[in-house]
Design a protein around this ligand. Structure first.
Ligand SMILES: Cc1cc2nc3c(=O)[nH]c(=O)nc-3n(C[C@H](O)[C@H](O)[C@H](O)COP(=O)(O)O)c2cc1C
Length: 279
């Protein structure tokens, strides 16, 4: 199920323009007399009416406080005051008003929140996490993460992939030292997940392993659980530490835990750079 809220306005055009042009929402649906706008998972509708609702608060939230600061620059003239932390709610925020005088708030949470983005949003928001809280990821959450991993596509449906959860502190410590700084994030979380493939069971171990690893990373992101693909771990030494036979190809080892860092998007190439022949 999904949802949206509707607000009445006598200022229909100006209000729609404000949320579209200034708040940078997309028009999701025009219904004739009512327009629904979208930002992330937030659907907000306005209807052209004789009265105007100004009760309540319309709050937009971002992943990082830097994004709140960016929005503040856009609303500096109308904002009540500069963004600041509010320890009661664990947020960083500022207030402004829309053309109807409705309260509008822009904020980020200063603590982890339950996952709120799926699909397109989640694909764009996933980041590699290398710092984790000490709070363990429960078996219930792990189960939810692994459920979609049953549906990984594999060469000839061989399903030669295996996930291994490692909780042993000594093993985690050893794995974290295999590639110095590159594998160090493994030692920053209470558990690791190893993705490996039986090379005798598939003709495409690298590809099967990569997609099984990717499914896991994306599924974890849906639950707000942090991961980081640590590559270059398919060595005899690592197999020995994990008790794996020679015929296993280790695709990825990832630390798994609740994020203790907020990451901004690292540089990305543009659509035109990554896709040839689009236009
Ligand atoms: C095949 C592969 C190997 C990687 N190996 C490492 C690694 O050894 N150590 C590490 O800290 N991050 C590793 N990463 C994570 C990348 O550094 C990261 O995906 C990249 O910087 C982009 O950042 P993002 O994942 O937050 O978008 C690896 C990622 C991939 C896909």
């Amino acid at each position: 199920m999904a949802g949206l809220t509707f607000h009445r306005t006598q200022n229909f055009i100006e209000v729609i323009n404000y949320y579209r042009d200034k708040v940078k929402m997309d028009i999701w649906l025009e219904q004739g007399g009512c327009t629904i706008l979208q930002k992330g998972n937030f659907l907000l509708g306005f209807c052209d009416r004789d009265g105007t609702d100004t009760d309540g608060m319309i709050t937009f939230f971002f992943e990082t406080s830097e994004e709140v600061d960016d929005y503040y620059m856009r609303f500096k003239e109308s904002a009540a005051e500069a963004p600041k932390e509010n320890s009661r709610f664990g947020i960083y925020h500022f207030f402004t008003k829309d053309p109807d005088g409705r309260n509008v708030e822009f904020q980020s949470f200063l603590h982890n929140v339950k996952p709120h983005s799926e699909g397109r949003e989640m694909l764009q928001n996933r980041r590699s996490i290398r710092k984790f809280t000490k709070e363990p990821v429960s078996t219930e959450v792990l189960l939810s993460i692994f459920k979609p991993c049953r549906y990984v596509p594999t060469s000839c449906n061989t399903q030669a992939y295996q996930y291994m959860i490692v909780r042993d502190k000594e093993i985690i410590e050893k794995l974290s030292k295999i590639r110095d700084g590159s594998s160090a994030p493994i030692g920053h979380s209470p558990l690791s997940v190893v993705v490996y493939i039986d090379v005798n069971k598939t003709r495409r171990p690298e590809q099967d392993g990569a997609i099984a690893s990717t499914y896991f990373l994306l599924s974890a992101a849906q639950y707000g659980v942090g991961t980081c693909w640590i590559g270059g771990m398919d060595t005899d030494e690592v197999k020995q530490i994990l008790g794996l036979k020679e015929n296993m190809h280790i695709s990825m080892i990832s630390p798994v835990g609740w994020p203790d860092e907020k990451k901004n998007l690292p540089d990305r190439r543009t659509i035109d750079q990554i896709v040839k022949g689009l236009k």
